[in-house]
Design a binder for this molecule. Structure first.
Ligand SMILES: C[S@@+](CC[C@H](N)C(=O)[O-])C[C@H]1O[C@@H](n2cnc3c(N)ncnc32)[C@H](O)[C@@H]1O
Length: 397
């Protein structure tokens, strides 16, 4: 199929999705934003994550850390191996939810097969993936690890001894959007006017939103717009219920609640990604662009604590990766590269994973929670001071 044919199919799908959402709006007299976002991303036929398309990588709409370089997955493999040693049981299950193109799974499994064959031999790697298109791509990519990998729906998971892993899953959950006006939180609804989607603020009919912020102990400021993700709360509860003994390792962009709902954040954090351009208009490119928001890490920890998950690590991605050997890996890879231009390109690529400004180093956070494990000194908690790197050789003058 030519690019033009592909484009016209996507445009036709977008029109069908718009029609479907218009019908929902007509039937219910408007729909809350979380429902609108859910249809755009996960409509069973036309949703952004459902209809076959390139989403991640240079020909898609955005990059993720696992699509930047294989080092990301290799370093996570180091942490997973230590978790296996800490649990001290032979069998270990990794559940990766929202595995995208399957890159992270592939990099972890390749690394473990090479460097930790005993762990690999006792490993079960289960992928929970909502998108049939992604499941198909993952099956192709992970064919070599067919004896270790399987796919399941979340509800079909057994009790797990091991680790629940996700990278950029929670930011893809649908959110409610609220605005505080005259001291009262209003919820954003989507209605249709003259063939266009229009926003309408409504006084909430239930106390769900108020209760969410009451529990959190933080609320949006007057005139500010903000998002809240009740799906994330339910997700943590469900993960905690499935985890018998082990860890939850969550990587995503976001902030603690105080920072997420700070007064300067007037318009919330919702962003859409289309062909590597960010925009803040979820009513265009319907079903053809990603819609995301920053994750509330206080919520994940608070709900987790109530459900039996204890936070044992929360830090920026750059600290996490450095703790696991990012610098040593960079030095090793550079030493293998004889061509100076390629070595420079490698440095520039890897820099994205740890750079604070414009990179993925600081806004991206890593949260590790444990259940029935106890105190652990995690390998990712190693600091720069502990890194055994030789200083550069001095030139004799
Ligand atoms: C932004 S992508 C991240 C992909 C991948 N983790 C990576 O690092 O490249 C979000 C992924 O989560 C999946 N997803 C979203 N909601 C999900 C859910 N409730 N259960 C399972 N997968 C989900 C999407 O289909 C997609 O694969």
């Amino acid at each position: 199929m030519s690019g033009q044919d592909g484009d016209s199919i996507l445009a036709a799908n977008s029109q069908e999705l718009k029609k479907f959402i218009c019908n929902e709006i007509a039937e219910h007299g408007g729909i809350p934003f979380d429902e609108y976002m859910h249809h755009c991303l996960y409509h069973p036929q036309y949703g952004y994550y459902v209809y076959p398309r390139q989403r991640i990588g240079s020909k898609g709409d955005f990059f993720t850390s696992s699509s930047v370089h294989r080092v990301f997955g290799r370093l996570i493999a180091v942490q997973l191996k230590q978790m296996w040693e800490v649990l001290g049981e032979k069998n270990f299950t990794i559940v990766e939810q929202g595995a995208g193109e399957g890159d992270l799974a592939l990099d972890i499994l390749d690394a473990l097969a090479m460097q930790a064959p005993e762990f690999y031999a006792h490993l079960q790697y289960i992928i929970v993936e909502i998108s049939p298109d992604n499941r198909r791509r993952q099956r192709g990519k992970l064919a070599e690890h067919g004896s270790v990998v399987s796919w399941r729906a979340f509800d079909e998971l057994p009790e797990i001894n091991g680790c629940f892993l996700s990278n950029e899953l929670v930011d893809a959950f649908p959110v409610s959007v609220v605005e505080k006006r005259d001291g009262q939180l209003h919820e954003l609804f989507v209605i249709e006017k003259d063939g266009r989607f229009v926003e309408e603020l409504r006084v909430p009919v239930s106390s769900r939103i108020e209760q969410h912020f009451d529990k959190l102990g933080v609320a949006p400021m007057e005139d500010n717009r903000a998002e809240l993700c009740t799906v994330a709360s339910e997700w943590v509860e469900n993960v905690a219920a499935k985890l018998k003994r082990g860890f939850v390792l969550t990587i995503d962009y976001g902030y603690p609640a105080q920072e997420l709902y700070a007064s300067f954040r007037k318009n919330g954090t919702l962003l859409c990604y289309h062909q590597h351009q960010a925009n803040d208009n979820p009513y265009q490119n319907i079903g053809c662009q990603d819609i995301t928001t920053h994750v509330d890490f206080t919520l994940l920890q608070q709900v987790g604590a109530q459900a039996g998950l204890r936070t044992i690590y929360f830090a920026e991605q750059y600290r996490f990766l450095i703790g696991l050997g990012f610098v040593e890996e960079l030095v090793r890879l550079q030493a293998q590269e004889e061509d100076e231009c390629k070595a420079l390109a490698l440095r520039m690529t890897l820099k994205n994973l740890i750079m604070p400004d414009g990179g993925m180093g600081e806004t991206f956070k890593v949260l590790i929670q444990e259940k029935n494990v106890g105190d652990v000194k995690l390998q990712c908690a190693r600091t720069l001071r502990d890194i055994p790197i030789e200083p550069l050789a001095m030139v004799d003058m």
